[in-house]
Design a protein around this ligand. Sequence first.
Ligand SMILES: [Zn+2]
Length: 319
Amino acid sequence: MPDKFAVGVDFGGTKISAGVVNLETGRLVGAAKKKTRGVQEETDVVKRIISVVDESLNAANVDMKKVVGIGVGAAGMVNRQKGILLAAVNIGANDLPLTEPLSKYYGMPSKLGNDVEVATLGELTFGAGQNCDDFVCIFVGTGIGSGIVRNGKIIRGATGTAGEIGHMILFPDGKQCGCGAFGCLEAYASRTAVAKNILVDLQRGLDSVIRDKVDMQKGILRSKAISQAILAGDELVTRAVVDCAQFMGVGLASVVNFYNPQRIILGGGLVEAVDLYVEVAQKEAKRRCLKIPSKKLEVVKAELGDYAGIIGAALLCAN
Ligand SMILES: [Zn+2]
């Protein structure tokens, strides 16, 4: 059978990336990216996506007859049937039709999914979820999201929002979360939470090798800087990561008890850069959850890295 390809678009709050993916092998044959920018009008967004897609197609240089569709994974809530991005806080878009203009422009089918859902689909097909029918894929970043796979299929829930694990409540009177509620997991275990803890300690005047790597005004701290500080044996940074990973472990224990997955896959920049986070979260989860559901549990790292979103979005067009 001749190779089939699809374009995958990862549409996030800070950047739009696209890539041409071989649907048989999962191999990425050409990719491009651009900053998202403050989006003003609908046509701007679509134009910007088209320019990134065009660039990736040029880089891939495959026969257009072999390209079967364009899949988009967007950071927000989506209407999959209508191909509309319903609400995306980080992108600043509401009720934005995406698949219709793309399908019209390229003369081929276009599909839309949520970013976490497509990254999970990527891991399921070509990454750490291969040969596993029941798993949960958890992505730790600015927030925490997850995809749930049961019997080899992604569970979407009644309103298509299943997997909002970041808003599992750990402390009813805890820190306020971006969602407005109090004590959510993501307020304690996300990359943002790690960075906040480090910033507070630095402001208190504690010593750390990471002091020069932080933008104290904006509170920006890169995963790579965190990983380097840990490798250098920095106590302050190590403690911040361990604290947050322990909270993640507490959240995972509930997931294990409730859902009894065979595998938990952890992904996202912080997780990929910092092994310690995964080790601590796994240990804490096993320590806290019921014995029987954790018997067969494996906690592993995601395998597709930055490309999970592109590969997964392309896979929306596989059938
Ligand atoms: Zn929340």
